[in-house]
Design a protein around this ligand. Structure first.
Ligand code: ADP
Ligand code: ZN
Ligand code: ZN
Length: 750
């Protein structure tokens, strides 16, 4: 539409200007400006030009004063269309974030200007402080060091950016990056760029195997909906290896035949070359891959192919849900229960919600696939909101592994202090003798090793965050995993001078040492955040393991997903209790998922698989149910619990997190906010609600800032969503030094 006026949002994160400003469109730009145009406009009192994005083009304006004119275009092509703008508006309304951060979520990587870097090892930078704080720093830097501000802004928008890209995009020299690093705002890492197997010529094309009856039925039902333009959501429930991927590959094929397109989301961690090859061998050059380990340039290039309509199937992690693809026929979310589908920084959207919005707008079908669906999704399938499709057996006929629960209390009684119990030990010996491979899994909680004094009980904690420091043996340092604070490990106790200050807890390094003592002849590959840094990447370690020359793969959650090695016949879960003890209503669900995933790694091939689960509470209900791999029984127990305690899916749960350096002011303000919430909810909420707190958050202080949280249970309908938007606006008007983050159904509750 041609118009005389444009509504523009300014590309600044300052909250008081987070609204739409009207500008006059000069005649010479009238043909070039549309929704999504990236423009320069005069802003504020000076003559300075600032960039912004056009959100509307109108023939009239309500503004009565003297309107300024748009000065020029900042990018030749519009960066988004009406459909994606609607997505951004939805983000703003449901994630309680600023307009501009919602817009940033839908922009192409690097916003249009772009070239590429292709080194194998690249040096990258990423933020070293929470996003909110980065925004504050940004405001200060803008006047003092504009180049540094530009860099910081780029890093707020992207998980990480190659240094070469940073200097290219901002025109800043390396000195600016170094200065930011020295101030502690950003950190540098060396990573290996994933060479995605997009050398199409080398990949052998494949076609679908003959589908079994259940698969056939699922494909036919879904295809029917695609053909009828019915925006149905299907929950495809099937154990690992039951052929879910084959089902959605076939559905996508049918969508393409009807000239429609597809988006497939997979968890970041399972976006392996193995997985991508499977898609490319079926769809060839129609596939575009969006992956955060691609350089910014490569990502931008993939965006171009999608926009031009060359790529019609997008495969990617969470943010691929914003791919600018047209005429969508189907959106697939594989492993839909994965928590990585929820964004942790603003806008804190869940990919499932955005998928549903986009399928509604396109009259397309949404497929949620999982062996262990989220309790929320299964509830919706039971109540008829989603359509349930079930695959009940493994497509290749391989058996599920036998699961053995090993009671670690007996080990302690018999004097075995090792983290490997006698059951696991003898199973490992069998594998060693037979030349079969083993995967040992230690989850994240178990990974942290802390240092304490055995004389006085002193525990080394972070001076900024009040949480226990983690010991890193290879560097002999203690590090805070939240703020990065690092000290050398003390030789004697700072409290009582005792020399008996030692590490406690079980980390992967410690397990590795124990393995060396127990089985001196055994070869072990350890995979955790320490070993998958600069030198040897995730992929190289896995490649070494898959050559079958290594006996054991030991690791954190990296080893729990998506790996498929036929010679692995034994999986050990070293400490299953670690994820049960967490103070979070999702703890059971997480444990069940985790054990199912890990055990799914054993016996993928023809040989019989076993899984040994070590625990101090073998009678725990969730462990019992994961032992029999009985999702339905687990769901029945869990849904009753959720209902009786009123947790999702029976309500939404909203976190209002307040942080500040001034504890007293924060405390008083949190009390006030809670009081107003009580009043407003009583008046406007309509339905059930409950307000909990304010209480000190599980981690009381991070990076010098105290943290208080208010939990609100309610149903986030229009009325309640409005209440939280108003709360946010009220807070912005206060202009105090307190930070407020409102989040809808967060996964991170620390
Ligand atoms: P899931 O996604 O449920 O884990 P996949 O689709 O990856 O399952 O299938 C598991 C294995 O079974 C794959 O190797 C796949 O090629 C194979 N497979 C799937 N469906 C069939 C079928 N109908 N006939 C033969 N093999 C199949
Ligand atoms: Zn001491
Ligand atoms: Zn800290």
């Amino acid at each position: 539409m041609r118009g005389n006026f444009a509504g523009v949002i300014i590309n600044r994160l300052a909250l008081h200007i987070d609204k739409i400003f009207d500008y006059r469109i000069p005649d010479e730009l009238a043909d070039k400006i549309s929704v999504g145009s990236h423009v320069f406009v005069p802003f504020g009192r000076g003559k300075k030009l600032i960039d912004g994005y056009v959100l509307s083009v109108n023939t009239e304006t309500d503004f009565t004063g003297d309107l300024k004119e748009i000065s020029s275009l900042a990018s030749p092509e519009p960066l988004f269309d009406e459909e994606m703008l609607a997505v951004a508006k939805h983000l703003k309304d449901t994630c309680f974030c600023s307009y501009i951060s919602a817009i940033k979520a839908i922009l192409p990587p690097g916003s249009g200007r772009r070239n590429k870097v292709n080194d194998k090892l690249i040096r990258i930078s990423r933020l070293n402080l929470p996003c909110d704080e980065a925004f504050e720093v940004l405001d200060v830097l803008r006047s003092k060091a504009p180049k540094q501000a530009q860099i910081l802004e780029l890093l707020i928008q992207n998980d990480f950016v190659a240094n070469a890209d940073i200097t290219f995009l901002t025109g800043a020299g390396y000195a600016a990056i170094k200065a930011l690093k020295e101030k502690g705002f950003i950190k540098e890492e060396i990573i290996e760029t994933l060479r995605m197997p997009l050398n199409y010529d080398e990949i052998v094309p494949t076609c679908s195997p003959q589908l079994n009856d259940e698969q056939r039925c699922a494909v036919d039902t879904i295809t029917q909906s695609i053909k009828n333009d019915a925006s149905d959501t299907f929950l495809l429930h099937g154990i690992t290896g039951s052929g879910k991927t084959e089902v959605f590959l076939n559905c996508i094929e049918n969508a393409l035949e009807s000239n429609k397109t597809a988006i497939v989301l997979v968890p970041e961690i399972s976006l392996t070359p193995q997985m991508v090859t499977r898609f490319v061998s079926r769809f060839g050059k129609k596939i575009a891959v969006l992956h955060s380990a691609l350089s910014l340039g490569e990502r931008a290039d993939e965006y171009k192919r999608i926009k031009r309509g060359e790529a019609t199937v997008v495969v990617g992690a969470r943010s691929a849900i914003f791919a600018p693809i047209k005429n969508i026929g189907v959106i697939v979310i594989d492993e839909e229960h994965e928590t990585s589908y929820k964004a942790e920084n603003a806008p804190t959207y869940h990919a499932r919600d955005i998928a549903q919005l986009r399928t509604d707008m396109n009259n397309a079908v949404c497929i949620l696939a999982s062996a262990t669906p989220s309790v929320e999704s299964f509830y919706k399938a039971n109540s008829g909101e989603y359509k349930l499709l079930t695959l009940s057996h493994r497509a290749t006929g391989a058996e599920l592994p036998e699961i053995i629960v090993s009671d670690m209390r007996d080990e302690l009684k018999s004097g075995n202090r090792s983290c490997i119990g006698s059951t696991l030990m003898s199973e490992m010996q069998k594998n060693l003798d037979r030349g079969e491979q083993t995967i040992l899994f230690l989850n994240r909680r178990g990974f942290s090793t802390f240092v304490s004094c055995r004389s006085c009980g002193y525990v080394a904690k972070c001076k900024n965050c009040d949480i226990t420091l983690t010991y890193h043996k290879s560097r002999n340092t203690l590090t805070c995993h939240y703020c990065g604070y690092t000290i050398k490990k003390p030789d004697k106790c700072p409290e009582c001078d005792s020399k008996f200050i030692k590490e406690f807890g079980t980390g992967t390094q410690k397990v590795e040492e124990e393995l060396k003592n127990l089985f001196p002849e055994m070869s072990v590959i350890r995979m955790d955040v320490d070993t998958t840094g600069a030198k040897s990447s995730h992929q190289t370690l896995l490649a070494r393991f898959s050559e079958e020359k290594t006996d054991v793969l030991l690791g954190t959650q990296m080893v729990s997903k998506g790996l498929d090695f036929p010679n692995v016949t034994l999986v050990g879960v070293l400490a299953a209790d670690q994820s049960l003890g967490i103070d979070d209503f999702r703890a059971n669900e997480r444990t069940f998922n985790l054990i199912t995933q890990v055990c799914g790694r054993a016996g993928r091939g023809k040989k019989h698989g076993r899984a040994v689960i070590q625990t101090y509470m073998p009678e725990n209900q969730t462990l019992e149910l994961s032992k029999s791999q009985d999702y339905l029984s687990f769901y029945k127990e869990e849904i009753q619990l959720r209902q009786s305690l009123n947790f999702p899916p029976f309500c939404d749960i909203v976190s209002v997190l307040l942080t500040s350096e001034n504890e007293q002011k924060l405390h008083d303000y949190a009390q006030n906010i809670a009081k107003s919430l009580h009043q407003v909810m009583a008046h406007d909420a309509g339905g059930y609600y409950e307000i909990l707190g304010p209480a000190v958050a599980s981690i009381p202080r991070i990076g010098g800032k105290y943290r208080f949280r208010i939990w609100v249970k309610c149903t986030l309908d229009k009325k309640c969503t409005d209440i939280f938007s108003r709360l946010r606006n009220y807070h912005i008007k206060q202009g105090n030094n307190i930070n407020m983050v409102i989040e809808n159904n967060p996964y991170n509750t620390l």
